[in-house]
Design a protein around this ligand. Structure first.
Ligand code: HEM
Length: 512
């Protein structure tokens, strides 16, 4: 009997003691792992903070954690240590440090890119490709006259669509029209090609790009759970999306062939980014270097300008029109300024910017308020470092939280309101972009900022010159949900449609 009792006691003791001991070990391990790290919430074994993070509103979760802990916080997603930086000065300091210019190792994308291109590359390869891409785009009038002419061509197409919607008294989702327009601009800049709207090749390209933007999140999970890599590789979706990307590669390769056949003589003036790369490739090969400008490199750079430069710009325009619909008084002030400073017998030009203080402030405020790339693009610590007094281990994933910085009440008078006065002085003069970081800052900042700003300014002002925009009646009252939207790679507005009206009368005619 005594023996039986003592055996029950032992079992009970084991039943309670073992979990307590395991928990104690886990706690001690966590404590050891997180010594000197930025403060932050503890997560669960294996999954880390995943169960607490809403991927559709990740920017708000990060902002909330930073309010509870500090401007620099750490937490785990799966087995990966994440450090989020939520303060302008610290973002600036971090992104100017070469150690934080790495990119996380996303296995799905890495298999496709093989380290080529700009967006995911690192080190010497990245520096070289980025410098050349920026230089060649500047040389073709990047953000200057030539690109402005390309925008004009695209505007004609947008106006055609808006006119049809007015004639047919239909409400409209504008995103597709803007995506086509921004694709058109990039096609001309990178490939010197002007696609026609209904051209089969362009339709295929547009649709494939659009599908790729909807790559399921699960394909990128091995970034946080490396043990999932093999499982994800075997999934049908991986196969489907890899094939899709390779189709885009084939399309760009065909375009490179066309440019190569035109560029027969090396002394010919390059006409687009692709030409510059072809000439550099030929030069390098003459010197025996077959790696730096191998064809995949050119393919990736061109494709990345489409991937990074179309949806971003198109979404900014879509959001701007939503904001004008939700704030009719602000829209009215934009109309008045455009009428007074530009009139109705020509389209706006970039040179009009200095006289369009209010409109420029509205655009800048939209960039801030939206913070389109709300959690930026992830960076990676290339080696262990001390930042702001905290230890940042090698391979930590860095989140430069654009949204938290752009909604920081220490910087912005009304952080959660759409308030163009953030960028105006007492005399109504535009004060400059200040601490607004929609394109991020530092060594890896957006390579297309100049082009994006020019496209958004010219397209938005041209539309405002002609049209008044409002929410379709069935969406009135749903403004809060539309503005809240959700976060994929970029912040998307909630379900909505817009209605356009000609502003003056049917004779209103703005010519180029
Ligand atoms: C409103 C439009 C746009 C926004 C809000 C935007 C925002 C951003 C952000 C936040 C980054 C990440 C920077 C970092 O990692 O530190 C980025 C990177 C990049 N963007 Fe943009 N972008 C826009 C338009 C464009 C356009 C039009 C192009 C090209 C024509 C472009 C090309 C790139 C490239 C190549 C990178 C990668 C830079 C690198 O890794 O070195 N973007 N962009």
């Amino acid at each position: 009997m005594t023996h039986l009792l003592s055996s029950i006691d032992n079992k009970t003791a084991l039943g309670i003691g073992l979990p307590v001991a395991l928990l104690g070990c886990y706690g001690a391990y966590q404590w050891y792992r997180s010594r000197d790290l930025p403060p932050g919430p503890i997560g669960l074994p294996v999954v880390g903070r995943f169960p607490w993070l809403d991927p559709n509103q990740l920017h708000l979760c990060v902002e909330q954690m930073s309010k509870s802990y500090s401007d620099v916080i750490s937490f785990r997603m799966g087995s990966k240590l994440m450090v989020a930086v939520c303060n302008y000065d610290l973002i600036r300091q971090m992104l100017n440090d070469d150690n934080f210019t790495g990119r996380p190792n996303a296995p799905f994308l890495k298999r496709i890119t093989e380290g080529c291109g700009i967006v995911l590359s690192e080190g010497e390869m990245w520096t070289q490709q980025r410098r050349l891409a920026l230089k060649s785009l500047r040389d073709f009038g990047f953000a200057r006259t030539r690109s402005a002419e390309m925008v004009d061509v695209q505007l004609d197409i947008i106006f055609e669509l808006l006119e049809i919607s007015i004639e047919e008294k239909q409400s409209l989702r504008v995103l597709d029209a803007f995506t086509e327009a921004t694709n058109g601009v990039i096609a001309q800049l990178t490939l010197n090609r002007r696609f026609k709207r209904d051209e089969k090749e362009f339709e295929f390209f547009n649709t494939t790009l659009k599908t790729f933007f909807n790559t399921p999140v699960v394909l990128n999970l091995p970034l946080f759970f490396p043990w999932m890599n093999t499982i994800v590789q075997l999934m049908p979706a991986t196969n489907y999306f890899t094939k899709l990307m390779l189709k885009l590669h084939v399309f760009i390769r065909e375009q490179i062939r066309i440019r190569e056949s035109i560029l027969v003589d090396d002394s010919m003036e390059p006409e687009c980014l692709c030409d510059v790369y072809i000439q550099e490739k030929r030069k390098a090969e003459k010197m025996g270097d077959f790696e730096t400008f191998r064809e995949l490199q050119i393919v990736r750079v061109v494709l990345e300008f489409f991937l990074a430069g179309t949806d971003t710009t198109a979404r900014s325009l879509e959001w701007l029109l939503i904001l004008m619909s939700v704030h009719p008084a602000i829209q009215k002030k934009v109309h008045s300024e455009l009428d007074k400073e530009v009139g109705s017998d020509r389209r706006t030009q970039t040179s009009d910017k200095p006289s369009l203080n209010f409109t420029t402030a509205v655009i800048e405020e939209a960039y801030r308020f939206l913070s389109l790339a709300a959690v930026g693009a992830f960076h990676r610590a290339k080696s262990e470092a001390v930042f702001h007094g905290y230890r940042i281990p090698k391979d930590t994933i860095i989140i430069p939280c654009v949204y938290a910085s752009n909604h920081d009440p220490r910087i912005w008078a009304k952080p959660d309101e759409f308030y163009p006065e953030h960028f105006l002085d007492q005399n109504g003069v535009f004060t400059g972009t200040g601490k607004n970081v929609p394109f991020l800052i530092g060594r890896r900042a957006c390579a297309g900022e100049g082009l994006a700003r020019m496209e958004v300014f010219l397209m938005f002002t041209a539309i405002m010159q002609r049209y008044r925009v409002s929410l379709a009646p069935e969406f009135v009252g749903k403004e809060a949900a539309i503005l809240k939207g959700s976060l994929g790679l970029l912040r998307k507005p909630g379900e909505h449609k817009l209605v356009f009206e000609r502003r003056a009368n049917d004779q209103f005619n703005v010519t180029v």
